[in-house]
Design a protein around this ligand. Structure first.
Ligand SMILES: Nc1ncnc2c1ncn2[C@@H]1O[C@H](COP(=O)(O)OP(=O)(O)OP(=O)(O)O)[C@@H](O)[C@H]1O
Ligand SMILES: [Mg+2]
Length: 284
């Protein structure tokens, strides 16, 4: 974790945020999904977005990565106006710099783990096969899968496949990674191994935005937490503050539902931070 809080939106330093969203509005058909979102993420920060299903969390991540274009407001990543990209080349250039890991790992089933990790660095970034393979082996070691380089995705557990997907995103050396509920499709016993990997990346200073239903995890690793509902930010602040003394009654209600499992939230299966945080995570 780095700085303790999101900087206030109106300070000059806010313009130096790696990710800056201002008054972002997005409507699908006649359904307003994002209704004026402001968000800053600074380099080295881990920011978690929590909120009920349908509140617009995935839509927000898609706006940051340029997959969706808001009708109003601005989305800036490292000074680039993502919402104004017009050419395919510019969009591809942006995507090279942003990793995106989804609930579904989407590995290439016909490629080995090693080839899954090296395909894009070789084809898109122009790395030599040798360089890309050296990188891939180091990344597999980092995610605890050094011995799986020559396995195929179908031979791996869900948790292992998700760790490969994270390593594949890292192989592009992104400046920012977006994680969208990466543990939601996993068996409970493999959730912890994926969360541990993400926790280590955050400790290493990776800038990331996480959408997660793992409340104890969000509390443990985030510099800041943003609670969204009905397309607006209801509350934001340092993780400790949002979890231990939320200002909004809506946040309090959401967190207490999360505790009772009514949002689909479940405590992590195992993780170094679990014992320390699990009992305190829902003290609201
Ligand atoms: N491509 C789309 N076309 C039309 N409506 C969409 C589209 N994508 C999302 N929506 C709608 O936008 C709203 C917000 O969806 P989003 O996926 O961002 O929510 P979420 O907060 O990520 O929810 P969850 O926690 O269930 O993943 C939902 O009502 C959803 O049905
Ligand atoms: Mg979602």
């Amino acid at each position: 974790m780095s700085s303790p809080d999101l900087l206030p939106l109106d300070t000059p330093a806010a313009s130096a945020a790696l990710v800056a969203l201002r008054d972002v509005h997005l409507t699908f058909g006649t359904t307003p999904v994002l209704r004026g979102i402001d968000l800053d993420v600074h380099r080295g920060q881990a920011v978690s977005i929590i909120g009920p299903s349908g509140s617009g969390k995935s839509t927000l991540l898609r706006c940051i990565s340029g997959l969706l274009r808001p009708q109003r407001g601005s989305v800036t990543v490292d000074g680039i106006r993502v919402d104004q990209l017009t050419t395919e080349a510019d969009t591809i250039a942006l995507r090279k710099r942003i990793g995106f890991v989804f609930q579904q790992y989407n590995l290439f089933p016909h490629l080995s783990v090693l080839d899954n990790l090296t395909a894009a660095p070789v084809r898109v970034l122009g790395r030599t096969k040798q360089e890309a393979e050296a990188d891939a082996h180091a990344l597999l070691k980092k995610v605890g899968l050094a011995d799986k380089a020559h396995a195929y995705p179908g031979q791996l557990s869900g948790g292992q496949q998700q760790r490969v997907a994270i390593a594949r995103a890292l192989a592009m050396r992104p400046e920012l990674i977006l994680f969208d509920e990466v543990t939601s499709a996993l068996d409970p016993e493999t959730v912890g191994e994926v969360l541990n990997v993400i926790g280590e990346l955050v400790d290493d200073g990776l800038t990331c935005v996480l959408v997660t239903h793992e409340m104890a995890f969000a509390r443990a690793i985030s510099d800041a937490v943003v609670f969204t509902e009905h397309g607006v930010v209801v509350e934001r602040g340092p993780a400790e503050q949002v979890f231990s003394s939320p200002v909004s009654a809506r946040t309090r209600a959401f967190l207490s539902r999360a505790l009772s499992g009514h949002t689909g939230t479940r405590p992590p299966a195992y993780a170094p931070w679990h014992a320390a945080f699990a009992s305190a995570a829902f003290a609201v």
